[in-house]
Design a binder for this molecule. Structure first.
Ligand code: CTP
Length: 216
């Protein structure tokens, strides 16, 4: 079994983009899907490294095959992914990475005034796109797509543009919920729809499907 053990690199949670030492921009991602994926990977005997912004004990997974790396910002997540990517067979980017971060971070807490406050944002690096570009033959890269309209068309474009092996598309209703409906697509394959299922069940299906891609 040891030699068949795969290494999954999984990201979870919404990133925190600090404006000043106490305030940040984030999103409603709970990290549930990322944790469910890591739990499923180790439960099936594989190794997982989970890069997460969520430190909530309700998600704690006790398994010696799981390594947890805690990060906060998109920049820290990118650094951690770069550090671990080479050693993994499969990267699954389940994290809700912020597309923007403050162009400048205030070193001290911003004081209130009566004037409007304008915060300039700059784009972050697309971690998934970097991985799609830098993957080796024995590696696969799986992404998520959060879409409120034209779900399949937009997700299919992300699958190709980011050079992914598989994409899992969902709608904003999935954020923070226990159950979810996902649309899964591999390169040159048809859409698979998993309707209103527990995130643990969806995670199992994604892990199984990724393993199949790694075994031919
Ligand atoms: N992602 C990433 N790095 C970013 C932004 C997103 O790696 N800076 C990853 C997410 O983890 C997810 C995928 O890209 O797996 C798609 O994220 P999504 O927010 O749906 O799409 P974007 O590429 O950010 O495009 P848009 O927000 O315009 O839909």
């Amino acid at each position: 079994m040891e030699s068949n053990r795969l290494h999954f690199l999984i990201t979870a949670g919404g990133t925190r983009e600090y404006i000043d030492p106490v305030r940040f921009i984030t999103n409603a991602s709970s990290g549930k899907m990322g944790f469910a994926l890591a739990a499923s990977a180790v439960k099936t005997g594989h190794k997982a490294t989970l890069i997460t912004t969520i430190k909530n004990p309700q998600f704690k997974i006790k398994n010696s095959k799981l390594k947890i790396v805690e990060v906060e910002s998109a920049e820290q997540m990118f650094k951690a992914v770069k550090e671990h990517f080479r050693k993994c067979n499969c990267l699954i980017m389940a994290a809700a990475v912020s597309d923007y971060t403050p162009a400048e971070k205030y070193k001290i807490k911003i004081k209130k005034s009566n004037k409007n406050l304008v915060i300039k944002l700059k784009p972050t690096a697309d971690i998934l796109k970097w991985a799609g570009k830098n993957k080796k033959k024995n590696q696969i890269v799986v992404g998520f797509a959060l879409e409120d309209k034209n779900l399949r068309k937009n997700a299919d474009r992300k699958l190709k543009d980011k050079n992914l092996d598989m994409i899992i598309a969902n709608t904003p209703a999935a954020i923070g919920s226990e159950k979810s409906t996902v649309y899964i697509k591999k390169r040159d394959k048809n859409w698979l729809i998993l309707k209103d299922l527990d995130k643990a069940v969806i995670a199992e299906s994604i892990i199984k499907s990724s393993i199949l891609n790694l075994q031919f």
